[in-house]
Structure formats: structure tokens, C-alpha cells
Design a protein around this ligand. Structure first.
Ligand code: SF4
Length: 460
């Protein structure tokens, strides 16, 4: 998510739609199914969205038609609702005063309960985001007034950026599960909100602070106004450190890259092995592989070449695409790995398909031994807060022991970092983190009726 506000007299110079485009470009790793931008010129809001990557959806001529001084943008991967145009964001609804455009990162867990407050026939799409947008438009008194009522009743993960014709708003759930940061555009006297600090960097915005859990801000000609709609109960997503966030992003004052390298060092101490070379599964395994090599003294090298133009494998929704994706994505460097005992460092094992394919590829290419090291604990529980790990039945660690997983992926040995070491490397206290996909302790209780097929299939 990305949002920008500049003073009206700076609109032509600042080109908010292009700033948003660049911001989304930097945040593309967070969602690759659809992209959209809404822009207000002070009188009306125009939305453009479509299926595809940011660079496929927008070109210069489209961006030139999106003129104004406020914009919100989004790149989506679906966790609720199917990947269709109707479910792409921003969502837009007309109101008595004009309109409201909203983007959302996260996943609500009381969508059905919230939807019951809406008159029948209100919804046109199938997402929690659509329900939230409709609720914010259903009340009189403007978005801020509506949000004061709606957000305290909203449960789950929601980092939000929304706008009417005149004001940019941002809010974060009381647990602060998904990140959201505020930056300033020094040259234009403007403000930016983004899912990650990497989204600020690309447009030259200065990091100001994180939006606090339970905080809502409004930005207009009077500056930034902040208020609380709930007490903060911080439970930031631990998986952001492992996989989701960019390495050049900073969370809670610490770079994600530094955390990942440190996790790699600890992984080497927890799961040492005699080997000739440490290689990463590029790119997300790279920082931890650097740390592993550093702490173990085993040389670091490249053994797999990644095609950078293929998206992250598990983010894509269907199993058919996912399996094809693995073959499209990585190719072994035969001359670098032939006859060598390899340590392959990856960020996580979700279904096990990627690692099984990689181990097979490396053996076919002549590796003498393949030792797999994973910079997160086994993902054994589904996520209800915005990561699509699917059902517990599909999670390999939900069903198999470490030794059984090793056997299933065909590795000579397998080691996962322990949860305590991962948490310690993040420099965040354990009770301020969500780590439910690793330990099954859900910080926001998920009603049985909201668990959908995920946990019901797992028999919980
Ligand atoms: S369950 Fe895992 S992925 Fe989901 S919010 Fe918690 S730590 Fe993050």
C-alpha cells in the first residue's frame, strides 16, 4: 500500500500518481495479482485498477490521466476473495459527500459479523476490504467519524490507507500485525504512507515514524492529525522478518537484512554441518546464507540462478501455477556445484514443493551432498492475518516431523532455526510478536465460524 498527499498548489509538480506508481513498484513483492491507484483532484476521485503487475497495469499515458494532489495505491495478492478485477484495490464507493477510496493490507477475522450491519445488496465484491469500505461509507459525518465507530469493532489484521476528495487517512489495527510507516516529502511539503520504508526510499521521502498500532491519522492542509481508536496491543508479524518484507526495509528501527543475516549466524550454530559451500535459495535465502557462511567458516557461493522476472512462488494462488513457477524460477549452476557438499539456505518451508525441486535439481547437477537449512521454524499453522499459507493439511510441517520432511524433500540433512533464536535475532520481545504460524498461539482469537476451511480441515 502506498498513499501520498501534497498541497494543492504542488499537484502539477509532485505528480502524485507517478509517486504512487514508483511506491507500488518498490512494494511489488507484497502482491502480484492486481494493482490500482486512486487519485483526487479536490473535486472528484478517479480510480484505475487492473489485473497484473504494477508495470503491466500502468503506463505513462494512464498515469498522465490520473491528476490530483492525493493518491492511494495497492498491489494485491488474495487472502480472502478470489483474484478478480472486482476484488482488486483500491475499493471505491460514492458517499453523500463525494466518495471514498480505500486500500487494505491484512485480513479481517470478523467479516461476516461486520457484513451483517450492512443492508442486503450493498456489496459488489467478495472481500473483507469491500465490507470495511461499505461500513465506512454507511455512516454520516465523514470517514474519520465513521472510522471511530467501525474500527473498534473490526477484528483481525488491517493496515489501511484511504481518502476522500480532500484528506488522506491511515490506520493500523491495535495489534499492528502488518507494517505501516509515515514519511515526509521535503521538497513538496507533502506526506507519504507506505507498507514498508522501502516504499518511502524510492520516492525520496524521509522516514518520520511508524503508524502506531490502534492509531489513525488524517493528513490535509492542516498537517498530520493523530488519534487513537484503541489501545495498542503490539503483535507484529514475525514472518515479515523471515520472508515478506524487503531486506532494505526497516522495522522497529532495525533493518530486515541485518535480522536475516543474524538469523543465518544462529542457524549455523544451531545446525552445523561439514560442507564445501553455502548457497542461498535466491533471493530471500541470501542474507541468512551470508550469515551461515560467516559463522560456519564455509565459503559462500552462488549455486542457483534465479530468473528475477518470475514472481515469488507461494504467493501465486493455484497449485498448478505454483509448480510451474518453481521450474521457471531457478536453474542450477552446474560447474559451481558439481562434486560439492552443499548447504542450501532458504527462508521457509511451506508446502515443501520448492525445496524438493531444488534438492532434486542440485543432485541432478552433480552435488555430492545437499544439506538444507531453513531460517524460520517449521510453518505448522495457517495464518488468518494476511498470509495465504492455505490449510494445515497443505502445510508440510503441519503433518510431518523434521525427519519426515527431510526424507520427503530428499535432503541429506535438514535444520530449522528454533523459534527462540529467531525471536532473539529480531530484537523484539516475544510477547510483542505474532508467531502463530510457528507455534499455533493466535494473538487475536479466531472464531470457529471465521476459520473457514483452514482450521476446520485441521480438526480444531
Ligand atoms: S500467523 Fe505467521 S504469517 Fe500470520 S501474522 Fe502471525 S507470524 Fe505473521
Amino acid at each position: 500500500m502506498f498513499g501520498v498527499w501534497v498541497p494543492g498548489d504542488q499537484a502539477a509538480k509532485a505528480e502524485v500518481s507517478k509517486l504512487t506508481y514508483y511506491g507500488l513498484y518498490a512494494l511489488q513483492h507484497r502482491g502480484q495479482e492486481s494493482a490500482g491507484i486512486a487519485v483526487s483532484d479536490g473535486d472528484r476521485i478517479v480510480v484505475f485498477k487492473d489485473m497484473g503487475l504494477v508495470a503491466q497495469v500502468f503506463d505513462e499515458s494512464v498515469l498522465n490521466t490520473l491528476r490530483g494532489h492525493i493518491a492511494v495505491g495497492h498491489c494485491r495478492y488474495s487472502t480472502t476473495g478470489s483474484p478478480t478485477w472486482e476484488n482488486a484495490q483500491p475499493t471505491f464507493r460514492p458517499t453523500d459527500a463525494g466518495g471514498l477510496a480505500l486500500v487494505h493490507n491484512g485480513n479481517l477475522i470478523n467479516t461476516r459479523e461486520l457484513a451483517e450491519e450492512l443492508p442486503a445488496g450493498t456489496l459488489t465484491a467478495t472481500t473483507d476490504t469491500e465490507v470495511l469500505t461499505a461500513l465506512l461509507c454507511a455512516r454520516e459525518g465523514g470517514p474519520l467519524q465513521a472510522a471511530r465507530h467501525v474500527l473498534p469493532a473490526t477484528r483481525g489484521a488491517y493496515s489501511l490507507v484511504f481518502m476522500d476528495e480532500h484528506t488522506l487517512y491511515a490506520a493500523r489495527d491495535p495489534e499492528g500485525i502488518r507494517p505501516l510507516v509515515l514519511g515526509s516529502l521535503e521538497g513538496h511539503g507533502g506526506w507519504v504512507v507506505a507498507s514498508e520504508t522501502a516504499g518511502l526510499d524510492i520516492v525520496g521521502a524521509r522516514f518520520v515514524r511508524e503508524i502506531e498500532p490502534g492509531e489513525m491519522i488524517a493528513i490535509d492542509a492542516d498537517g498530520v492529525r493523530s488519534e487513537r481508536f484503541a489501545e495498542a496491543r503490539p503483535k507484529g508479524c514475525l514472518f515479515e522478518y523471515v520472508y515478506l518484507a524487503r531486506p532494505d526495509t526497516t522495522i522497529a528501527g532495525r533493518s530486515v537484512q541485518a535480522t536475516r543475516v543474524e538469523v543465518g549466524r544462529r542457524l549455523a550454530r544451531e545446525h552445523p554441518v561439514e560442507a564445501d559451500m553455502v548457497i542461498p535459495t535466491p533471493e530471500s535465502g541470501t542474507p541468512a546464507a551470508i550469515g551461515y557462511a560467516e559463522a560456519s567458516g564455509i565459503p559462500y557461493g552462488q549455486g542457483l540462478v534465479k530468473n528475477s522476472y518470475v514472481g515469488r512462488t507461494f504467493i501465486q494462488p493455484s497449485q498448478t501455477i505454483r509448480q510451474l513457477g518453481i521450474r521457471l524460477k531457478l536453474n542450477p549452476l552446474r560447474e559451481a556445484i558439481e562434486g560439492k557438499r552443499l548447504v542450501v539456505v532458504d527462508d521457509s518451508i511451506v508446502r515443501g514443493n520448492t525445496q524438493r525441486a531444488i534438492v532434486g535439481m542440485l543432485r541432478d547437477a552433480g552435488a555430492a551432498e545437499v544439506h538444507v537449512r531453513i531460517s524460520s521454524p517449521p510453518v505448522a499453522w495457517p495464518c488468518f492475518y494476511g498470509i495465504d499459507f492455505a490449510t494445515r493439511a497443505e502445510l508440510i510441517a503441519g503433518n510431518l516431523s523434521v525427519e519426515e520432511i527431510r526424507d520427503s524433500i530428499g535432503a541429506d540433512s535438514l535444520g530449522f532455526i528454533s523459534l527462540d533464536e529467531l525471536i532473539s535475532a529480531s530484537h523484539i520481545a516475544k510477547d510483542r510478536l505474532c508467531r502463530a504460524c510457528f507455534d499455533g498461539v493466535y494473538p487475536i482469537e479466531v472464531e470457529r465460524s471465521e476459520r473457514g476451511k483452514h482450521l476446520l480441515e485441521a480438526g480444531r
